[in-house]
Design a binder for this molecule. Structure first.
Ligand SMILES: [Zn+2]
Length: 321
């Protein structure tokens, strides 16, 4: 019996051990199998290569932006520069360095200093200067000589506030302008009250029509000395135009009459009382009290009856009478 048991037990152990062998089956099915499936999936690229082939067509040649093609040397001197990416969201593609706007008569209006901005912004500036500002100068009997660049590309927050939202300057999508200089030596200072209001209003109408953001005096306190222009994109093409064209300061009326009337005594009488006693005191001190002699020094002074009363008071006889 023991032998049979052993014999039976032996195959039973063998079966058990054989039964444990297939245990690892699930393992290879999980990890290795998946890995093996993934690898071939990647190697199947050649099958998908047909798609990329079609997708590569637009990527192969860097598409020349329509803006770049349109912004020729007959419109502006604005050579392309390398794209800027970072830090953060700063920079952009399709950047140019706007050096001058070329007017229809081929004269150049330099942007000083030259500014880095997106091609679309440079194109908008060029169109603004060519179409609206150049004729404005012509109407004044002169021509534009220079466009002031107060700030262009600058990787910073709005209004230079740390932690604020990214400024359009950081996206190379803005330009700050203080003045348009003229060939006759004058300039159109955009935020100065002395500049004729009509001129400033014409510029306001022009920029608020062309740019999506215009900030100037009265907007937020940061634009009292320049005008901010940008092409920020908003839903519904929403635009912001905040520029109060202040009135010219009124001429201050003179506080004093231009010519003093010859009748100066009235003012002196106001100052005279304190000055009289010291001048009159030495002469009148001994004989009689103060009030007697100061009077002859000032004949025009009216009140003579008062001193008479004093004389009467000082005279014992008069008093007795
Ligand atoms: Zn600005």
């Amino acid at each position: 019996m023991a032998l049979t048991l052993l014999l039976v037990a032996a195959p039973a152990q063998a079966y058990l051990t054989a039964g444990r062998v297939p245990l690892p089956k699930p393992r290879p099915a999980e990890a290795p199998a998946i890995q093996q499936q993934q690898v071939p999936a990647e190697t199947e690229k050649p099958a998908d290569a047909e798609r990329p082939a079609a997708e590569q067509r637009p990527a192969e040649p860097p598409p020349p932006a329509a803006c770049r093609l349109a912004l020729t040397d007959s419109i502006a001197i604005a050579p392309s520069i390398a794209a800027i990416h970072g830090p953060g969201a700063c920079g952009g593609d399709d950047l140019v360095h706007l050096e001058a706007v070329v007017l229809p008569d081929k004269t150049r209006v330099p942007l000083k200093p030259g500014g880095t901005m997106r091609c679309t912004m440079a194109s908008a500036i060029a169109d603004w200067v060519r179409t609206d500002m150049a004729p404005l100068a012509t109407g004044l009997g002169t021509r534009l000589s220079e466009l002031d660049n107060f700030d262009s590309f600058d990787c910073r927050g709005r209004n230079r506030v740390v932690g604020a939202k990214m400024s359009e300057h950081g996206r190379a999508n803005a330009l700050d302008v203080r003045a348009l200089k003229l060939a006759n030596g004058q300039s159109i200072a955009l935020t100065e009250r002395a500049t004729p209001r009509e001129l400033r209003e014409k510029v306001l109408l022009s920029v608020c029509t062309r740019f999506s953001t215009v900030l100037g005096p009265g907007s937020d306190g940061y634009h009292e000395d320049h005008i901010h222009l940008d092409l920020a994109e908003r839903r519904g093409n929403y635009k912001i135009c905040q520029w109060d064209v202040w009135d010219q300061l009124p001429v201050i009326a003179p506080l004093m009459p231009a010519v003093r009337p010859d009748e100066a005594p009235p003012r002196q009488t106001a100052e005279a009382p304190p000055a009289e006693p010291p001048a009159a005191a030495p002469a009148a001190a001994e004989p009689e009290p103060e009030a007697v002699e100061p009077e002859p020094d000032h004949p025009p002074v009216k009140p003579k009856p008062k001193p008479r009363k004093r004389r009467a008071a000082s005279s014992p006889f008069g008093f007795l009478r």
